[in-house]
Design a binder for this molecule. Structure first.
Ligand SMILES: *Cc1c(COP(=O)(O)O)cnc(C)c1O
Length: 426
């Protein structure tokens, strides 16, 4: 069975690969997002999003959306979610002033410490939330995809805690590169399936997970790990990750009596960034920056700057910005960090770019290394390579940011990156 071409083909969707015209009233478009008119009934955020999947998945996806909307209005669900968030994840995660780097760079730098969440990154917020939803769905089995392994570990942990059988699809190349996380998943009781097809990395793993789901849509929940995929996944993932932005805004205000001038988060599929940004989208004076992986060059294959360099198209069930060639074929990506190495991006980010509420910039592999070094040496924190792109961007831009208060989402810790760091002499 081959369903990936149906899911991936822009031609099959009849959607335009050219950028839609800028909206006449961006403020009204943002209002629709903030008051819940987006995602609309078709799962769209303005022109982006939707659900481009085989017919066989529609009943499962429709049921998932219904069950989620009921759960989000049920205090017993929300109470259980916050109990696990507090006792098991360790929420709220701290807000931390980076006093030494502030002095060095002439800014006022603050970090939202999601690296201190259970299993070491933000992924656990979504894994826990969707596993609780899977209970209400009545499924027996959960499947997931993973790139570097962080989402696989988070899903394996949530499945162990809530009593689900768990299978994780992982590109064979990533299985080789990320051995410690493969061991962690297995120790937590998950079955790890190496995917030999396609690019042998995350994109192939998602294709394979979708294939599995098609074979048993009603008995299985596909626990998607980023704010991508067909509606309602981008909405679900954002809902479970937005606890980060809510906490960060309240903590920042409590500590400083104001809001930051600027807030930064790295963008792969976009889950950590969307959860973080949602705390501030309604605060017009807070400038928001999404940091994509600029890799080691501007040519196709050298970076993963999807929004900066992509065009709209359909990948993995949704219409969003995409790195593709003239024929709509997906272009290979590169980033020093496995978590940012994805040719697509969540539709809500494409929308926020489209209406100009968030500015998307690129930070290179070298910027990321600078970011890791800076936080290690000056703040005693070993960050993951992904958020180090945001730190590195600030290091580079610092001369133009003098005196600004800046909040960075430090979405993961760096233990997983030890082999890459060693190879780069860090
Ligand atoms: C997975 C991961 C990312 C990238 O995923 P998003 O969905 O863009 O957040 C970024 N940082 C860390 C630490 C990750 O584990």
């Amino acid at each position: 069975m081959s369903i990936a071409p149906i899911i991936n083909s822009p031609a099959a969707s009849g959607l335009s690969p050219t950028l839609p015209p800028a909206p006449a009233n961006p403020r009204e478009e943002l209002a629709k997002l903030l008051d819940g008119r987006y995602p609309d009934a078709r799962g769209r955020y303005g022109p982006f999003g939707g659900r481009f999947v085989p017919e066989t998945l529609i009943p499962a996806i429709t049921r998932l959306e219904q069950v989620a909307r009921e759960a989000f209005n049920d205090t017993s669900f929300l109470d259980e979610l916050s109990m696990h968030q507090r006792d098991w994840i360790g929420r709220p995660t701290p807000l931390c002033h980076a006093a030494n780097l502030s002095k060095l760079w002439g800014v006022d730098l603050w970090l939202k410490r999601e690296d201190l969440a259970h299993t070491g990154a933000h992924k656990i917020n979504n894994a826990l939330g969707q596993a609780l939803l899977a209970r209400r769905l009545g499924v027996q089995r959960i499947i997931a995809e993973t790139g570097a392994g962080q989402h696989g570990v988070a899903t394996a942990a949530a499945c162990a805690r809530l009593g689900f059988a768990c299978r994780v699809y992982m590109g064979a190349a990533d299985v080789e590169r990320q051995a410690p996380n493969v061991q962690r998943m297995k120790r937590l009781g998950a079955e790890v399936v190496p995917v030999e097809s396609g690019d042998r990395t995350l994109r192939a793993a998602i294709d394979e997970a979708l294939r599995d789901w098609v074979s048993d849509p009603m008995g299985t929940h596909y626990l998607l790990g980023s704010a991508v995929g067909p509606h309602p996944f981008p909405f679900l993932v954002r809902s479970f990750q937005s606890v980060i932005g809510r906490e960060a805004r309240a903590q920042f205000h409590e500590r400083t009596g104001r809001l930051p001038d600027q807030a930064y988060a790295c963008v792969g599929g976009g889950s950590n960034a969307i959860g973080f940004f949602h705390g501030f989208l309604g605060d017009e004076r807070v400038e928001l920056f999404g940091v994509e992986a600029g890799g080691h060059g501007d040519k196709p294959g050298e970076h993963s700057s999807t929004i900066a360099r992509g065009r709209p198209g359909v990948l993995h069930g949704c219409y969003s910005m995409l790195l593709q060639d003239e024929n709509g074929q997906i272009i290979d990506t590169h980033s020093i960090s496995a978590g940012l190495d994805y040719p697509g991006v969540g539709p809500e980010h494409s929308f926020l770019h489209h209406i100009g509420r968030v500015t998307y910039i690129a930070a290179s592999d070298d910027d990321a290394i600078t970011g890791v070094r800076s936080l290690c040496r000056h703040e005693g924190i070993l960050p993951a390579l992904e958020p180090s792109h945001a730190i590195g961007a600030i290091a580079r831009l610092a001369p133009s940011l003098k005196g600004k208060s800046i909040l960075v989402h430090l979405c993961g810790r760096g233990d997983k990156d030890a082999p890459i760091l060693q190879a780069h002499g860090v």
